[in-house]
Each structure stands twice: as C-alpha cells, then as structure tokens.
Design a protein around this ligand. Sequence first.
Ligand code: UDP
Length: 460
Amino acid sequence: MERAKGERLLLMASPLQGHITPLLNLAEILFSRGFSITIVHTLFNSPDPSSYPHFDFHAIADGISHAEASTLDGLHLSDLINVRCKDPLEEYLAAVLSQSKERVPCFIADASLLFIQPVCHHFKLPRLVLRTGGASSFLAFASFPLLRQKGYLPIQESRLEEPVLDLPPFKVKDLPKIPSQDPEAFYELVCRFVESCRASSGVIWNTFEELESSVLTKLRQDLSVPMYPIGPFHKHFLTSSSTSFTSLLAPDKSCMSWLDTQEHRSVVYVSFGSVSTISKVEFLEIAWGLANSKQPFLWVVRPGLIRGSEWLEPLPSGFLENLGGRGYIVKWAPQEQVLSHPAVGVFWTHNGWNSTLESICEGVPMICTPCFADQKVNAKYASDVWKVGVDLQNKLERGEVEETIKKLMVGDEVNEIRENALNLKEKASVCLKQGGSSYSSLDSLVSDMLSLECSTSKAH
Ligand code: UDP
C-alpha cells in the first residue's frame, strides 16, 4: 500500500448535506493514506472544523445569505456559487500554491463546482472530480443530449410510462428531473457538469464496481479519463457513524434508545433526506399510512420538510399519543447508526445516493419514493435492477402506504428482497478488503495522485 508524505490535497464540496458528507469521508480516507488535507468551503453551510482537528480549513467568501439560500432553488444556488466563488478561489490558490511547503498534486472538487475548472486550468493544477452520486445516474446525465435528440427530453407527462430504448432499464418517468421553472437551465447545467468531468484528470466515485459494473464500463469508454470507484466511503472506517461529524443538523440520538425497545426487524425507518419537501396533504397521508400499517416507525421530519409548515403543526393533536409508543418522530437522526440497528426492518427513502448506499451497506430493504434529480434513477435501480426495494412513487396515499409497508414487513415478497439486500451488503463489505475492487481502486488513486505533474507547486 503506497502512502503519501509531504503532499497536501485541497478538496472542496458543494455546500449541501449529501455532498459534504462524502467529501469529508473521502478526505478522511486520503488522510489515512498520508496526505495532508485542506478543506476549502463556502461560508454558507460550512462544515464544523472542530470535528476535524487534523485538517486545515479555508473559507471562501461566497456572499450567500441564509435568506437568499432559502428562497433559491438548487439550480440558482449552484449558479450563484459558480459565479461568486471563482475570484476568491483564484486569490486563495495563488497564495497557497506559492507558499505551501508541501507539494500540492491536485485539487479534488465536487462535480457540480464548475468554477473550479478554469481556476485550476489557470494555475495548471490537475483537477480530480468527486462525483457524490451513483454511476448509473451519471450515465443518464451524460445521455441528456442523445435523449433530447430522440425526443425523450424535455419530459412529457403523456409519455411517462414509455421505455427509453436508448437507455435501458429506464422509462421516461425515471429520467432525472428537477422542480424548476427553468428546465432548459437544468439541461445546460447537466451538460456542463458532464463536460467538466470529461475534462478532469479523473473521477472519484462513491460506489463500488460490483454494484454498478456495466455502467462503470460504459462510462470508462465514454469519459476516457481514469475512474476510481472506491466506495462506499463511509465504510472505510471502523467507527460506526461518520455522519455524526459531517451532519449540518444535530442528530437526535434519543431514537437509538427507543429502537432498543423494539423487536428485531420490526421498525419502518422513514427519511426523505436533507433537501426534499412534501406537501401537507402528502405528510398526512404518510402519517395515516404509517399509523394504519400497525408497524412501529421512526420518522425524520426535518424542519422545512413540509411546505408551508415549521414542523409538526399539520399532525392531528394526540396522533402520536394514540399510537401508544409505536411511532417516534425526530428532526434529524443518526442515520447510519439507525440503519445498522437490528430493530430496523425497512427504510422508506427518497433514494438520495447516500441514503441508498447506506441502506445497501446495512442490507436494509427499501421503499422507494424518489422526489427529484438522480433519486429517480437510484430508485429504479433499487427496485428493478438490484431488487432490494419496492417502488412507492405514483401517489402518496394512505392505503397504498399501508399496503406497501405490509408487503415489505410481512408479505412473501420480502424474503427474496431481503436476501438480495444481504447479498449486496456482503459485496459492499468485501470490496473494501485487501484485494477487493474498491481497495485496489484506492491504491490506484493514491499512486496516480502521487505521480501527477503540477507545474505551480513550490515544494519538490
Ligand atoms: N441523514 C442523517 N440524518 C437524517 C437524514 C439524513 O444523517 O435524519 C444523512 C444521511 O445519512 C445521508 C445524508 O443525510 O448521508 C442525505 O444524503 P442523501 O444523498 O441521501 O440525500 P439528500 O439529502 O442529498 O437529498
């Protein structure tokens, strides 16, 4: 195993929970291979440096206020970051590259931070990309021009059930989409971010070969840059929960003692991640579906999850009390710990990539309710390709919720799904061991980074 010495890596995440966690985990992995680490970050949603005393942190003045962030959709937030962070990053790199006593072999940047490409180019600093989503969704993104040419994009409501012949196994409804007034801007952003990966010195993936092998093979041909699938990142460490350090919200650990009181594989864990929102009507249908299923449930209702509500106001009074302790609601959970708890039987998820991967790593079957972007692709793979989950996305209605939960908790179907989930869990574990695919890929990444030529670094 090759180790770095006297080498400093600069890494920057997109300032969203689902991007910050994998980047910090990646930094931890590379630190364990001997690299010194500097995390470059926006002031908006900045990580907590006190959890990482062994890293250096540098804040970029992004000028984004919380008020601004809360009124902007993801697309416009991304635009603002790409415009406002370029000059401050350029200033910072000019200083760091001329002063660093260590060699800086490359910059590792989240794939969506488009402004980093020209800045690195200016300094002739090699740039590696971290793609925090899965390879399958990236292939869908990379196929956008073809999908548009063939008429699948922009998505038409009347064609949702049509198979996308050029991109099996998808139907039109599975293609990535975001809730924006401006679908053209989304299309443009996706094309630019794919091109930016193509122009990089390599792409690091939080996935593993055995999970997405055929897609990774296609992407190797398509992108023609080195590919490093070294995930699942959070399982590189023996400590149980990486997200307890990377979380932007404080996890409510009281739910762990509640889980301790529940029977083996009996609990439905429900979380739709850090960004998705639902309407009040959907919230109530979920609540009644959970109640009527008669299964115990642990539900993450993040402040802001329900559009137009602060927190639990739409819940009928006495709702939880009437369940006699069968339901537990928190604002934020220690998710990795929850998923590894023996009482959890099913994860009802929005299929953000991190949640999907965390569920796979614990062998927990999923109920898939994707909301937007890559989540639809991940849900399709979970239910139809890996067959570790069932789909619940047509309509959030209490009867359907109840039926789906019962199907996965007590029906015959669950045995096969659980077996598939446990098989994948085993693969996710084996790939990280010596000789495993992610282990070898990490070796290649470290060795390739050490041999990268950087013309600006003062050291060496
Ligand atoms: N998460 C958590 N506690 C919660 C809900 C989510 O720690 O109550 C973490 C989860 O473990 C995952 C991340 O937040 O690492 C969410 O990322 P994901 O890609 O699943 O979804 P996103 O939030 O980006 O939509």
